[in-house]
Design a binder for this molecule. Structure first.
Ligand code: SF4
Length: 80
């Protein structure tokens, strides 16, 4: 994956120097991120509908999972 820089340091995939350590991520709209289950994530990217956004405020990293939440395996994403 290309380098993805991220400052969300309580994410399971976050690494030192503000790097994302996931092997894949998906960015989508806030509205989809709020309603889709945790299992609907980057490995299923071809099933995502298009979600236009008017600004960065309407987008989110769907792959975020809180470190220590116990939900780290639900998205099917691996640490690289
Ligand atoms: S999965 Fe998303 S929130 Fe988590 S470190 Fe990567 S880019 Fe940041």
């Amino acid at each position: 994956m290309s380098k993805v820089y991220c400052s969300i340091n309580n994410c399971h995939y976050w690494k030192e120097e503000n790097l994302c350590g996931a092997n894949e991520i998906i960015v989508t709209s806030d509205s989809l991120g709020e309603t889709a289950p945790d299992s609907f994530d980057a490995p299923l990217h071809q099933q995502f509908q298009s979600t236009p956004a008017a600004s960065c405020m309407e987008t989110c990293c769907k792959t975020f999972v809180e470190k220590g939440s116990g939900k780290e395996k639900e998205d099917g994403v691996m640490k690289s």
